[in-house]
Design a protein around this ligand. Structure first.
Ligand code: GLU
Length: 486
């Protein structure tokens, strides 16, 4: 690739960041990393009316969570924050003035109030029949006597075509006469997206503009401003749309929520990245799970599809489960900890790390999201489970056989100090046979006594982890409560 690759992610803080935004960030970041280039984050906060408080923080937090790091910012020497367009207003004003003096733009007197929604609507219709482009000096002087206009429109060429050779979509062209004179400076002194994006892509020496397909129709406007300012155009690459499995525009209905929600729900950042990269890119036609290094090594634009990508929530869940299984128990325990601290009842905190490391492998096969953990493991922590003792009675058993099973098991457990799971199984197997109970029956009783539930991780491995004291205490409790209830 000739010259340095410099790409940018340019979010507008107008709402919580969703999968579509972050996929754009990820693709840009991967492209920069693949080419040893720079990835820049630039907050496009020029639309003050639509600014949603907290959305910038949520965006940056999402990027940090996913380890999508950026290389530059306004501070010299770092730590680098992102760029904010609202801090660069004079840059855009100077360019707009230059475009006016060159005759490529003109002041518009149609709409001059604050750009609230009603004004925006009026502007949209004013764009269609604005006559300010052809005002004479005399007319302008008269208008100016009343009110000076800060609104500036770009004068689109009235004929000819504007072409882009998009790296993903190929050649696309627009007839200039179909594009109206759009606003580049607003009455509040802020530029519109079109001017600011062109200015900053040039000043920040962006080599490739990679963004969602919805911005393709803006590209001829950008190219016209670029030409008027005498800039070298960057290369453009418009990423395919993301749709739900029903081929409708992606929405909450498809399970797609703000990126922070995935974090809260216990998705792993590496699984999220792997999942998102497949929304429009592929290594080949079969590989799904890939390390981030493999993705970086292979991330070229010829592998990006033109056709829409389908967001499949089930696949994300499956993938997250796969990533959970691939972790070492220590890693998994480390990842579980914040979820337990958040979700376990306060009386069970703090969690003993060493104990958690022994619990982790027992849950590894059974969970797909980290927020499932607390619900599944509080019995590892509770001294005695409160449960309905009638659930101890297994199919084909009655109260007497259940009670003798409990007592026999308690006796065995009390008598041994070897709580290795294989030893426990061997010992209790013999007892079950002696009592003429099937494994399903006897172990069913044991499971409920040990955990208070009918479903749990492997019984004996779990008893080993819970340890003798807790296990024996639970069996005593079960015997007492069951006898008392009878
Ligand atoms: N601010 C635009 C957005 O919200 C950026 C579009 C672009 O990347 O040019 O997506």
């Amino acid at each position: 690739m000739p010259g340095e690759v410099r790409v940018r992610f340019a979010p507008s803080p107008t709402g919580l960041p969703h999968i579509g935004n972050i996929r754009t960030a990820l693709f840009n970041w991967l492209f920069a990393r693949h080419h040893g280039g720079k990835f820049i984050v630039r907050v496009e906060d020029t639309d003050q009316v639509r600014l949603v408080p907290g959305s910038i923080e949520a965006m940056l937090e999402g990027l940090r969570w996913l380890n999508i790091d950026w290389n530059e910012g306004p501070e010299v020497g770092g730590p680098y924050g992102p760029y904010f367009q609202s801090e660069r207003l004079d840059v855009y004003q100077n360019l707009a003035d230059r475009l006016v003096s060159q005759g490529n733009a003109y002041h518009c007197y149609c709409v001059q109030e604050r750009p609230d929604q009603a004004t925006r609507d009026r502007r949209a219709s004013a764009s269609a029949d604005c006559k300010c482009r052809h005002l004479t000096q005399e007319q302008i002087s008269k208008l100016k006597a009343g009110q000076d206009s800060k609104v500036i429109r770009f004068a689109m060429p009235e004929e000819g075509v504007t072409k882009v050779n998009d790296l993903i979509r190929g050649e696309v062209e627009w007839r200039n006469e179909t594009l109206n004179d759009f606003i580049i400076m607003k009455s509040d002194g802020f530029p519109t997206y079109h001017l600011a994006v062109v200015a900053d892509d040039n000043l920040m020496e962006i080599s490739h503009v990679m963004r969602a397909e919805e911005w393709l129709p803006s590209t001829p406007r950008h190219l016209q401003i670029i030409e008027a300012l005498g800039y070298e155009p960057p290369k453009f690459a418009h990423l395919p749309m993301i749709m739900g499995p029903d081929r409708a525009k992606l929405s909450k209905r498809h399970g797609a929520t703000a990126i922070g929600e995935y974090q809260d729900e216990g998705y792993l950042p590496e699984a999220m990245c792997n999942f998102m990269v497949l929304l429009g890119w592929s290594l080949d036609d079969k590989t799904e799970i890939m390390s981030i290094q493999t993705i970086i090594d292979n991330f070229t634009l010829d592998r990006v599809t033109k056709s829409a990508a389908i967001f499949d929530q089930e696949k994300l869940l499956w993938m997250n489960g796969m990533y959970i299984r691939e972790m070492t128990p220590d890693q998994l325990a480390g990842r579980m900890m914040p979820f337990l601290e958040r979700d376990l009842p306060k009386d069970l905190l703090p969690v003993d790390e060493e104990y958690l490391r022994r619990i982790a492998p027992l849950l590894q096969e059974r969970i797909k999201r980290l927020d499932e953990v607390a619900k599944q493991i509080d019995y590892f922590f509770r001294a005695d489970e409160e449960f309905d003792t009638e659930t101890l009675v297994q199919k084909g058993m009655d109260r007497d056989t259940t009670l003798s099973a409990l007592k026999a098991a308690l006796e065995d457990l009390n008598a041994t100090d070897d709580f290795h799971h294989e030893k426990l199984e061997e010992m209790l197997n013999v007892t079950g046979e002696r009592l003429s109970l099937s494994r399903r029956q006897f172990f069913g009783v044991l499971r409920v006594a040990a955990t208070g539930r009918a479903v749990s991780p492997p019984l004996f491995e779990m008893m080993e982890v819970i340890g003798k004291d807790r296990t024996v205490s639970r069996f005593k409790n079960a015997v007492e409560r069951f006898s008392a209830a009878g």
